[in-house]
Design a protein around this ligand. Structure first.
Ligand code: FES
Length: 120
């Protein structure tokens, strides 16, 4: 039997990620990037689904982020792949949607829900 828990993990104070800022975290083998877009926090897998480009260094426009390696774009709210990689590298390997994680703000502290699987 598997039990999937979603414990909140404390990340940092909200002021540590200013508006238009990004910060990366590695918690329990989850490598995530957290973006502050107009005081809304979005957490996604830091590595691009195409060839592991660092999305924490990607360009943010509205609520999407563009991978710095080959230009794939992802929706920060849903993880949906919006634009496929634009170079020849995109012909050889396809990108796919990425994973997003819920964030919560409580007492000026930022938390994220990371799945945890418990085997009984
Ligand atoms: S690694 Fe992100 S688009 Fe290629």
């Amino acid at each position: 039997m598997y039990l999937i828990l979603m414990p909140l993990e404390k990340l940092c104070a909200t002021k540590d990620i200013p508006v238009n800022g990004v910060k990366k975290f590695n918690i329990r083998n989850y490598d995530i990037a957290v973006f502050n877009v107009e005081d809304e926090f979005y957490a996604i897998d830091r590595k691009c689904t195409h060839m592991k480009g660092n999305l924490a260094k990607g360009k943010v426009e509205g609520t999407s982020v563009k991978c710095p390696l080959h230009g794939a774009e992802f929706n920060l709210k849903t993880g949906e792949l919006l634009i496929h990689p634009g170079t020849i590298a995109g012909w050889f390997k396809k990108a796919k949607n990425t994973t997003v994680y819920k964030t919560k703000v409580k007492n000026n502290e930022l938390y994220v829900d990371l799945p945890q699987v418990v085997v009984d």
